[in-house]
Design a protein around this ligand. Structure first.
Ligand SMILES: Nc1ncnc2c1ncn2[C@@H]1O[C@H](COP(=O)(O)OP(=O)(O)O)[C@@H](O)[C@H]1O
Ligand SMILES: [Mg+2]
Length: 367
């Protein structure tokens, strides 16, 4: 008996994307079905290349087809991705950027920049097109962390107007920091208006091209730059970074509450707990909760937002930052395993957010 495309589709209608909670056919995730006698090939288009459930979805598809059409079939599945978005080509600011994600915290020094850099590198490693803006104008640390201090981004003139080209770390990762445009020591004495206009330029006068994720490493707190960001461009969501101790959590609550304010209304993608515990190399089974235990998870629960995971306190993370060679660029080890998990969790929560929530509105006026 000849198998038809319709039979394959109806078998795949019984397979749900576990996160988006709909079947793969209704989600338009099945493409390119080819049937030759007893062999079936097709493509599954995931909503992120960093999908943690790739293998599960694949084996669920195989099981469903074998169950309804025959155990002896030869099934070949090609897994690709097309990152989902709520941003449309019709918007005038950064229309070809699918997701704009602020990395924020209340307190400084909790590891925002470290996490922004490593999330960006990790998602680029996994095949996403990623951009990274260092919006911490008063303490731009991204040039140091990526080893690109002193590199000058190119400028291109289009119709009499100058545009900045972000610095390309590799084919999947582009970066822009005020530290690349002016001397760091100069930026520190800038006045508020200059800071906000620099941030606006990073978004409106910079050629980012097609990006799946644009991460913004925010300054600590809840100040001017935050308001400028949400007024310049509709932000897809915010990731909150905290360390476990109470004074960091108290400030993280303020940051969460700011994004939640009805007049701002930026969805929270999740909370990351950094410096969660210390494990000495010679005692790999031991975990020392130097700053307290479980604070990040408790914060996520309190605000009913996803908890994206913990990153331990590891010397190599600090060395990677200071040395301009992020740990996620190194061979697989304990520390970058944590970043891999967190990057996948973040990508997953972004795609759930896009499937379930309307686009963020740009903030017009703030009372
Ligand atoms: N998990 C970690 N383990 C070890 N050192 C870390 C970790 N996270 C951050 N650091 C270090 O702590 C310092 C502050 O981190 P940074 O990312 O600059 O914080 P922020 O951007 O929030 O001010 C940096 O020297 C960084 O290398
Ligand atoms: Mg920083």
């Amino acid at each position: 008996m000849k198998i038809t495309e319709e039979q394959v589709l109806s078998a795949l209608r019984t397979v749900d994307d576990p996160d988006l909670k709909k079947d793969l056919v209704s989600l338009n995730m099945i493409e390119n079905i080819i049937i030759r006698d007893q062999s079936i090939a097709f493509t599954v288009v995931l909503t992120t290349p960093a999908c943690p459930l790739k293998e599960k979805i694949k084996s669920d598809c195989i099981k469903a087809i074998k169950k309804s059409l025959g155990e002896d079939l030869l099934i070949t599945i090609n897994m690709t991705s097309n990152v989902n978005t709520t941003r449309s080509q019709a918007i005038n600011v950064l229309p070809s950027v699918k997701n704009i994600i602020c990395i924020a915290s209340g307190k400084g020094g909790v590891g925002k920049s470290t996490i922004a850099v490593n999330l960006a590198v990790e998602l680029a490693n996994q095949g996403a097109k990623v951009g990274l803006i260092d919006a911490d104008i008063h303490g731009p640390s991204i040039p140091t962390m990526l080893g690109i201090k002193g590199k000058k981004p190119a400028v291109r003139e289009i119709k009499g107007k100058n545009y900045i080209l972000p610095y390309e770390i590799n084919e999947n990762l582009k970066v822009l920091s005020i530290g690349l445009l002016v001397d760091e020591r100069q930026a520190i004495v800038w006045r508020g208006a200059m800071v906000t206009s620099a941030i606006k330029q990073f978004i409106t006068d910079c050629i980012w091209g097609q990006l799946d994720y644009l991460f913004i490493d925010m300054p600590p707190g809840t100040g001017d730059v935050h308001l400028t960001m949400v007024q310049t461009v509709p932000v897809t969501g915010a990731i909150i970074v905290t360390t476990p101790q109470e004074i960091a959590l108290a400030d993280a609550r303020k940051a969460l509450s700011m994004f939640r304010m009805p007049s701002i209304n930026v969805p929270i993608i999740g909370v990351i707990e950094n410096m969660a515990y210390f494990t000495p190399a010679e005692l790999p089974e031991n975990k020392y909760y130097i700053f307290g235990n479980g604070g990040g998870k408790a914060l996520a629960d309190e605000y009913e937002v996803p908890f994206l995971g913990q990153i331990p306190l590891i010397q190599a993370i600090r060395e990677g930052g200071d040395g301009g060679f992020p740990i996620t660029m190194m061979e697989k080890n304990l520390a970058n395993a944590a970043f891999e998990d967190i990057a996948q969790n973040a990508a997953r929560e972004i795609s759930i957010r896009n499937a379930n929530n309307p686009p963020t509105e740009k903030v017009e006026i703030l009372a």
